[in-house]
Write a protein that binds this ligand. Structure first.
Ligand code: SF4
Length: 247
């Protein structure tokens, strides 16, 4: 990963140890070495946001992120400060340390409710944290063999392995965007330094603005709505799982 002007952001320095560990793991995966996967949780729900909103999917939340340690004490120093997700450790629903791709893929497959895998087009959404710290071509391939479409939700700072069916990039202000193409760009709005105009010309099929979930959510929703209405290239993405009170 490169950093603008050669300066390592403070948040990364504070979590350097875990960040480097993740990078080593990521590099090793790409070289085909067998390593384990640390997964916070795996669950079945509907996709609440963006293009596939409403579509049933298995969510595989990988542990760790390169833009925040996940600790509240580090939030103010982090590159990404508005995160609403717990991605630390592996202690939630079906989470754990999976020693092989097969073991993880089997766990994902077991959670799909209907065993008629061929007609269902089952979907697994690899999310995080930052899933591209761990997701590798071999795992994508095993998931395909098990009949799954593979989607990823990434902050765009790491290039993905080949074979992913649906790439959704959510750029973060202050983080260098390396991944500038995919199926879906979903921008949390507003973010000072990550204005929609910066991304509107990138090579994505769909562009979504998603109001930032914060104490200002109502204002953010109104601002996002106004922006979308005056820039129809963009569509409004609401976090419908939160509205419904589901996971
Ligand atoms: S990049 Fe995503 S997972 Fe990482 S801290 Fe930001 S919102 Fe959370």
């Amino acid at each position: 990963m490169c950093f603008a002007h050669g300066i390592i952001p403070l948040a990364l320095r504070t979590s350097l140890h875990s960040f480097l560990a993740s990078i080593i793991k990521f590099e090793s995966h790409n070289k085909g070495l067998t390593l384990s996967y640390l997964v916070k949780e795996i669950f079945y729900s509907i996709q609440g946001e963006g293009f596939y909103s409403g579509r049933p999917a298995i969510f595989c939340r990988f542990s760790g992120c390169n833009l925040w340690s996940g600790k509240e004490a580090d939030r103010e120093k982090a590159v990404c400060r508005f995160c609403d997700t717990d991605f630390v450790g592996c202690d939630r629903l079906e989470g754990g340390l999976f020693k092989t791709k097969k073991e993880l893929a089997q766990k994902i497959e077991k959670l799909w409710p209907d065993k008629n895998i061929k007609s269902d087009r089952p979907l697994v959404v690899c999310t995080g944290g930052e899933p591209l710290l761990q997701l590798d071509a071999g795992l994508v391939s095993v998931l395909h063999e098990n009949g799954f479409e593979v989607a990823v939700e990434t902050n765009g700072t790491i290039l993905p392995p080949p074979g992913i069916d649906w790439i959704c990039v959510s750029p973060k202000a202050g983080a260098q965007l390396l991944l500038s193409s995919g199926q879906e760009l979903k921008l949390v709005f507003p973010q000072s330094g990550a204005e929609p105009e910066k991304y509107a010309m990138l090579d994505f099929q769909h562009f979504f603005l998603q109001p930032m979930d914060s104490p200002d959510r109502e204002i953010n929703t109104r601002l996002a709505l106004e922006y979308v209405l005056s820039h129809p290239q963009w569509r409004l993405s609401l976090q419908t799982h939160k509205i419904l009170g589901i996971k």
